[in-house]
Design a protein around this ligand. Structure first.
Ligand SMILES: C[S@@+](CC[C@H](N)C(=O)[O-])C[C@H]1O[C@@H](n2cnc3c(N)ncnc32)[C@H](O)[C@@H]1O
Length: 211
């Protein structure tokens, strides 16, 4: 489901600064070589992630769910000069395409890819994060959130993707993934540690700020 009419979305893309050419090529290659290219953040959401990251100028970014690396490369655009981005992906078959495009970008030395289950990798990070992007297994969103918010600095942000799940969050007796996302959205809203706004961009992106 598109929450913004397609022609309006296309107008927004046309009137936004275009992404770097390596991102356009990564988008194309992801569509050619992967089974579910719809998972990639894509042009407009990518530009939004990059712009928000530039506003935050994070020193430390954590991404849960790399896929082919598109959103990691967008978020990295906002890193402060000495900053770094850690991204976690469970599917090791994606590593060659991730590496290929990291190497073509100006961020190859500042993006660290961790292959493994995010829920097992996250507890090993010792640093505090300024920005977290949650975009992996929907049934684990609650767990990822609790693990990440603990490692987020006060005033830091979590972005969570797919929180509208094609509008299925409005359904009453929904499937497991939808129910998990509904619980996640409710949990964040009720967490006194944070404030949240749900943006109807693409599949829904929550912007969560730790107080
Ligand atoms: C929606 S895609 C990420 C898209 C990417 N962030 C982007 O916008 O271009 C979700 C990714 O999370 C990975 N994933 C799923 N469960 C995971 C887990 N428990 N730990 C780490 N990665 C996981 C999947 O293999 C998939 O590549």
């Amino acid at each position: 489901m598109k929450f913004i009419p397609e022609e309006i979305e296309n107008y927004c893309k046309d009137k936004s600064t275009p992404p770097a050419s390596y991102l356009e090529e990564l988008d194309r290659e992801t569509h050619l070589k992967t089974l579910a290219p719809v998972m990639l953040s894509g042009h407009l959401q990518g530009r939004i992630l990059a712009m928000l990251s530039k506003m935050i100028q994070p020193e430390q970014i954590l991404e849960v769910g790399t896929f082919t690396g598109y959103s990691a490369l967008c978020l990295a655009e906002g890193l402060s000069e000495s900053g770094e981005l850690h991204t976690i992906e469970v599917n090791d078959e994606l590593k060659p395409i991730i590496d290929q495009y990291l190497n073509r970008s100006p961020y190859k030395d500042r993006i660290k890819v961790h292959i493994g289950k995010a829920e097992e990798v996250i507890p090993h990070f010792q640093q505090t994060f300024d920005l977290v992007f949650i975009d992996a297994g929907k049934k684990l969103y609650g767990k990822f959130y609790r693990q990440c918010v603990e490692k987020l600095r006060s005033g830091g942000f979590i972005f969570a993707d797919n929180v509208l799940w094609s509008g299925k969050v409005l359904e009453k007796d929904a499937d497991e993934e939808t129910e998990a996302l509904k619980e996640f959205n409710e949990m964040v809203l009720r967490d006194p540690e944070v404030e949240v706004v749900v943006l109807p961009i693409r599949d829904g992106v929550s912007v969560i700020r730790k107080k």
